[in-house]
Design a protein around this ligand. Sequence first.
Ligand code: SAM
Length: 298
Amino acid sequence: MNEHPTADVATPRRTQDIIRKHGFTLKKSLGQNFLTDLNILNKIASAAKLDDTKGVLEIGPGIGALTQQLAKAAGKVVAVEIDGRLLPILEETLQPYPHATVVHGDVLKLDLDELWARHFAGCSGVSVVANLPYYVTTPIMMKLLEQKLPLEYIVVMIQREVAERMAAKPGGKEYGSLSIAVQYYAEPDVVAIVPPTVFIPQPNVDSAVIRLKLRQTPAVHVEDEALFFEVVHACFAQRRKTLSNNLLAGLFDKASKPAMESILAECGIDPVRRGETLGIDEYARLANAILAYRKQLR
Ligand code: SAM
């Protein structure tokens, strides 16, 4: 085994050695489950199709195991880490990679447009690649997608159950507002299912690597994005309720029930269907028809 201080950190022994050497204690509250398997790290890095003209934003580099593999493949890596105690460790493990920059901060609070302008101006494309802290997966993903950053791919390790919800098709119990939000902006595919044994410490759930290929334009045309997502949320508010009952509880009052029924009829959607059976195109039709009805009332 190579024991040089800047060697790949992706083995259980090296990870333990580095943690011990720096007297580092892992914080569960920051989702600190470090990856210790080089094959998995390479699978994550290669899913983003990097080359030396590309940039990568990594969220949560930890001790730098994934950052090292990303830096071998990409022209520029920016790694945002919330935990200041990891900075001296990263300085050591990333020392051979001057094109890898560590930014100390909370990714949810960072101005990503500013970060882009500062670091990625010369790149031919930029992807987000990360083993995400599971306690903030959804807010991070929604921030990345809603901000409409010029991204090629988002390749992330997340909880298996969340990955399956993101990639779910209509009709199953995994399909919901998260599936629609993700698929509106991107095409997802689950690249690998990963057991807890490759992490230190081991999480108590299975994980998955999901790749999102960002769309140039959203999957469907909607006149009003906020209303589209409001309709989606309303239709999934109570999964066992029919569309008609969910829409009445969330978006229409009793007096406008006939209008709601005629909107559904106009969209060719049976009011007794449940939210989980509607495709994203049907949600777009419904939201656009509700907007037209509201405009007509003004
Ligand atoms: N990339 C490393 C690996 O694969 O071994 C560590 C991944 S660990 C699952 C998640 C990392 O995200 C931790 O280093 C944690 O401190 C960091 N983190 C947690 N919340 C964060 C936030 N809001 N912004 C930036 N980093 C965060």
